[in-house]
Design a protein around this ligand. Structure first.
Ligand SMILES: *[C@@H]1O[C@H](CO)[C@@H](O)[C@H](O)[C@H]1NC(C)=O
Ligand SMILES: *[C@@H]1O[C@H](CO)[C@@H](O)[C@H](O)[C@H]1NC(C)=O
Ligand SMILES: *[C@@H]1O[C@H](CO)[C@@H](O)[C@H](O)[C@H]1NC(C)=O
Ligand SMILES: *[C@@H]1O[C@H](CO)[C@@H](O)[C@H](O)[C@H]1NC(C)=O
Ligand SMILES: *[C@@H]1O[C@H](CO)[C@@H](O)[C@H](O)[C@H]1NC(C)=O
Ligand SMILES: [Zn+2]
Length: 875
């Protein structure tokens, strides 16, 4: 008999596992293919997907053309470029057919769809209407030329436009490049006789997503071939690194289709979290679901989400291999779904809600039906129950059971105690991490100190989580090490089964950790891995090795996915969100999932060791808090998002600077004060402004404006610039009423509201009224309410209208007050830097200001600078 190892020695022995498993999981999680450069594979002489070609398209769009915000000249340039590109593919198609003497069955059709429309677009529980004039989509359909092939199609979509302050290289020029490259390769394969379109493939290069999905709405509601779509694949990006994640698969059929991709990366967990709606994100996929009622796959690049919708969303920051990964999967899906062997046709009769558990793990893709899942999980539960019952050794046979303990039996009473220890542990971890979060954000005023590295929060909140978990055990009393292991097995297998029974497949995460634990305990019981001590079979470190490996692997993958998403997100969810507490809780919970055997391990060595560990962890936590408190949350690649509007109120002639941030990091107030002392001629203090439905200054960003905490600075109106005012320059908004008719008898007024906005884009109006009827949709709310209507139109379109019937009396005796705002097309920094002269005084101010920001903040702030006009009209 050997002496049992102490805690330090045991940890050292386990160290290779504790370090190696997460290391492997991280490597696997982020692994990407080698990028390919050549267009033609030199071995096979067949066309192949080239990352170089994809990125050159993305670069052309995002740098040669630039910021393709809906309504700008660059947006129109993107449209023209796209049309040229697909026409080149069409010519290639025709050449292939011609040169094959008509043998190749291939047809490429091109549309430049132009259309106007409106739709309701609720977001963040705000009711909102979008209207658009003459927006465009570029559509390419590849089929075999027969009506049969054209009548069922798979759609693939990416958006050509970029959002307000971003050149949009990853979001979404990258996907546009991927689609072009897929089309080129497909035509090439057809030419070589290696592929023939059974069902058609529709490439939708939609030119208005960031204006709230107008392009996909236009296609879905007005395009002549929209009704042939049976499945939709959407390509997006909210980041620039890592493999492309499948985060929505809305049917059995599409999960099956996805199993054909060469590099699967997705899990039912992401799918279920996204479809629960808690993430407040949205893609074009919503329009395809809503207006085409089709199923599909929604995929996006999600790593390094710091650059999402920022100036630095540039090709140089897209990680090598990202484009290749996206393209390899996209092409495989298109080739599969367009083949007559796929189940695309069956989708004509409708699709079935997903009832499949799927996940990619260490490079493999697993999928099995919910039925199989139930059989697996219930079997494990039964085995676990049996195992626990049979192997139970009464820790205190001398004591007689009484009360509740007697009722359920000593076996289960012990498991309940083990369970209580776990619950206390998880609670303790949450408390420990949140105490540190509170101290950091409220006492030390160093919130979000972990922001610039996704995983640094593990360092800050990991030790206090563990300390909290261990402290809780000091209150729990002595529990046998083996009991803790069996009760963990029990709770995991029980919840895996119960959650699956309720139809939620994400519980696969529990099964994945419970099953190896079961094996590990069985091996222990059979004596293979047990130590034979004086008390009979004792738990050996092998049990820990076998039981802890899976949690480390799956837990690390889960942590990667969650932190990649949530840490950068805290930079844009508003100053009121308790970012530190959210992240601290995530660390505590995912930590509890990843190292569940920490508790049995603590009980293995008893109270003395646990107390010492708590003290050590406490000291470590304090030191780390000091270190983190000295860190700047931001740096030049993980910048603070700052929103700056130069607002010219054409009703009052005043000019204001509106400044807002979207995060809760400290230092914003002093930054605003610095701006005020630099730019407010009168030396006034900046005024903090309330953000609500009635703050129309920020309506160009509505409803995202709800996340902003804005300040206002009075700008002296420089007399030298008086002649440059928007009114003088003819760049302003007027709101008027036409076909105005008051029906006293019915108590109604009907009118056409006309918004003229030469040189101004993204106009937005807001008003209070009881609307009975309008041309936006068929059911305006039947009450007096505030309405927001936003417009996004093609370059040069400077008029939109909406017909209204409203209930009298109106809010004022003079008529209906309408708040309006918009952005001057030529006054957006840095998008319009190259032609700043045309932007007048606003652009001169922005140029100075941008340089000032760069200097005072050391490049840690990315300001979005926009010249706006606004005012109020009574119609
Ligand atoms: C929209 O475009 C069409 C032609 O593409 C044009 O005839 C029409 O006048 C445009 N609409 C507006 C409001 O400019
Ligand atoms: C949409 O498709 C689903 C599944 O095929 C079907 O059950 C549902 O009735 C359809 N809804 C509409 C509005 O067509
Ligand atoms: C503004 O324009 C008016 C006439 O258009 C001109 O008389 C005046 O000198 C201009 N003022 C400045 C400051 O340029
Ligand atoms: C007024 O109400 C009557 C009956 O309710 C209806 O027939 C008529 O069309 C209404 N007039 C207007 C202008 O809506
Ligand atoms: C412009 O000024 C008017 C009058 O003070 C005010 O009601 C309106 O909200 C202002 N609009 C903007 C966009 O600043
Ligand atoms: Zn996008």
């Amino acid at each position: 008999m050997t002496r049992r190892w102490g805690p330090i020695r045991s940890l050292l022995i386990l160290a290779p596992l504790l370090i190696g498993a997460p290391f492997l999981a991280v490597r696997q999680h982020y692994s990407l293919p080698e990028p390919i450069t050549e267009l033609i594979n030199p071995q096979t002489n067949l066309p192949q997907l080239s990352e170089t070609a994809i990125l050159s398209h993305a670069k052309y769009l995002s740098e040669d053309i630039g910021y393709r915000t809906v309504g700008t000249r660059e947006h129109a340039l993107g449209d023209a470029w796209m049309l040229k590109k697909v026409e080149e593919i069409q010519e290639e198609c025709e050449r292939v057919v011609r040169e094959s003497g008509g043998e190749r069955k291939l047809e490429c059709e091109v549309w430049r769809q132009v259309g106007s429309g409106s739709h309701r677009f609720d977001m963040m529980s705000k009711r909102l209407y979008k209207t658009y004039v003459n927006l465009t989509n570029i559509v390419l359909r590849i089929s075999d030329g027969t009506p049969d092939s054209k009548s069922h199609a798979v759609l693939i979509n990416a958006h050509l436009d970029s959002t307000l302050p971003s050149p949009g290289a990853a979001d979404d020029a990258l996907s546009v490049g991927v689609m072009l490259e897929c089309a080129r390769v497909m035509v090439g394969l057809a030419a070589a006789g290696k592929w023939e379109p059974g069902y058609a493939v529709i490439f939708l290069f939609n030119n208005a997503e960031e204006s709230l999905q107008d392009g996909s709405h236009l296609f879905s509601t007005q395009h002549p071939i929209a009704n042939t779509v049976r499945a939709a694949i959407n390509l997006e990006a909210a980041g620039t690194t890592g493999p492309e994640l499948l985060f929505q698969a809305t049917s059995e059929q599409m999960i099956e289709a996805y199993s054909h991709v060469p590099r699967p990366f997705g899990t039912i967990v992401a799918n279920e979290i996204f479809s629960s709606g808690i993430l407040l994100s949205d893609t074009d996929f919503r329009q395809f679901e809503q207006y085409l009622n089709v199923t599909g796959l929604d995929m996006a690049v999600v790593g390094n989400s710091y650059l999402y919708h920022m100036r630095k969303d540039l090709v140089e920051h897209i990680q090598p291999g990202v484009a290749q990964h996206m393209a390899d999967n996209a092409l495989a899906l298109l080739l599969h779904l367009s083949s007559k062997d796929s189940n695309l046709l069956s989708l004509d009769a409708g699709y079935t809600r997903p009832r499949t558990v799927y996940f990619s793990f260490m490079g493999f893709f697993f999928l099995y039906s919910f039925r199989t899942a139930l059989i697996l999980y219930s079997s494990l539960l039964c085995l676990s129950l049996g195992f626990i019952y049979v192997t139970f050794i009464d820790p205190s046979p001398a004591l007689k059971a009484k009360g509740f303990e007697k009722l359920i039996g000593k076996v289960w009473w012990e498991q309940v105690r083990g369970l209580a220890a776990y619950m206390a542990g998880v609670l303790g971890a949450l408390v420990g991490a949140n105490v540190v979060a509170f101290l950091m954000s409220k006492v030390l005023r160093s919130g979000m100190s972990w922001f610039k590295e996704e995983f640094s929060c593990l360092v800050l909140y990991g030790p206090p989580s563990l300390a909290g978990a261990l402290i809780s055990q000091l209150f729990i009393g002595k529990i046998h090490e083996q009991t803790l292991l069996t009760s963990l097995l029990l709770v995991q297998s029980l919840f895996a089964f119960a959650i699956q029974l309720s139809g939620v497949g994400s519980c696969v995460l529990l099964f994945l950790t419970a099953f190896p634990l079961f094996i590990s305990l069985t091996l222990h019981y059979s004596g293979i891995t047990a130590r034979h001590g004086k008390a009979g079979k004792e738990i050996s470190l092998w049990t820990y090795v076998l039981g802890q490996t899976m949690p480390l692997l799956t837990g690390t993958q889960t942590i990667c996915a969650i932190l990649d998403f949530f840490v950068p997100l805290t930079g844009r969810i508003g100053g009121d969100a308790p970012a530190d507490h959210v992240i601290a809780s995530i660390v505590a919970l995912t930590g509890a999932y990843t190292v569940p055997l920490a508790l049995p391990f603590a009980h293995r060595f008893g109270r003395g060791v646990t107390s010492r560990a708590v003290v050590t962890l406490g000291v470590i936590s304090v030191v780390l808090m000091g270190v983190f408190a000295m860190r700047n949350p931001f740096d030049d690649m993980h910048q603070k998002r700052l929103f700056v509007l130069h607002m010219e109120n054409i009703t009052t002639g005043e000019q204001h600077l509106h400044i807002a941030s979207a995060d809760g990091a400290p230092g914003f107030n002093s930054l605003v004060s610095a701006i005020a002392s630099e730019y407010d001629a009168e030396g006034n203090h900046p005024t903090s402004v309330i953000m609500d439905e009635y703050n129309s200054d920020w309506d160009v960003l509505y409803p995202f404006s709800a996340f902003l905490s804005p300040f206002l600075i009075d700008m002296a109106v420089d007399r030298a610039y008086a002649n440059e005012s928007s009114v003088a320059a003819g760049k302003f908004i007027t709101v008027s009423a036409e076909r105005d008719f008051v029906d006293r008898e019915n108590g109604t007024r009907s009118l056409t509201l006309v918004v003229d906005h030469p040189g101004v884009i993204w106009t937005s109006i807001a008003f209070d009224a009881h609307v009975l009827k309008w041309t936006l949709d068929d059911n305006p709310p039947d009450e007096y309410a505030r309405h927001h209507i936003k417009e996004g139109s093609f370059y040069g379109m400077d008029r939109w209208t909406v017909d209204l019937v409203i209930k009298l009396p109106e809010p004022t005796s003079r008529g209906l007050p309408i708040n309006f705002v918009g952005i001057k097309e030529q006054a957006m920094w840095p998008g319009k830097k190259a032609e700043k002269e045309a932007g007048g005084s606003a652009m001169r101010l922005f140029e100075k200001m941008d340089a000032w920001f760069e200097e005072t903040t050391g490049g840690t702030v990315d300001p979005m600078l926009m010249g706006c006009v606004g005012g109020i009209s009574i119609v």
